[in-house]
Write a new protein. Sequence first.
Length: 192
Amino acid sequence: MNSEDLLKMLMEKAAGKTAVLALDGRCAAGKSTLAGKLADRWGAALFHMDDFYLQPKQRTKERLAEPGGNVDRERFLAEVLEPLRAGKTVEYRRFDCGTMSFENPRLIPENRIAIVEGSYACHPELRGYYDLRIFLDIDPETQLERIRRRNGPEGAERFRNIWIPLEEAYFNGCRVRECCDLVLSPSETESI
């Protein structure tokens, strides 16, 4: 599959409205890389689920126990997906986990194509807003090797002990892979 085939599939499913693509999947599988490449080629608006992590006051024990509960899906729905579906300009605030604060609002004008990338994009409360859902998969050994290169040894341990188990609970509890239209490996995304 190449980017033109993927775009054709997306546009057919969108049937004349703003086409919205979700790229969910395992960390280090290439979601951000693929999303950036497609956004550049297609002139698409690009949204990152990492911009919607929970504020400290939302990080309750109950919320974090939910599969996919560590992302502010309610805010993502209200600030991004609902305006996209209504054909409106999107105004959202990126939450910066480093400073634990919101950045200034970002305005994204109406676009014929939007890409949402990141784990938790296909949460059951969000998945119906997409025209095409893709799950990016990766084997555990390659995943940890990529994370070590990207985040260093300490970062890799944090991912192994915290983020990967949270993602796996979400993938299994919400049956994310099964809800997607396509499942791609890193080698399959190289031709896109």
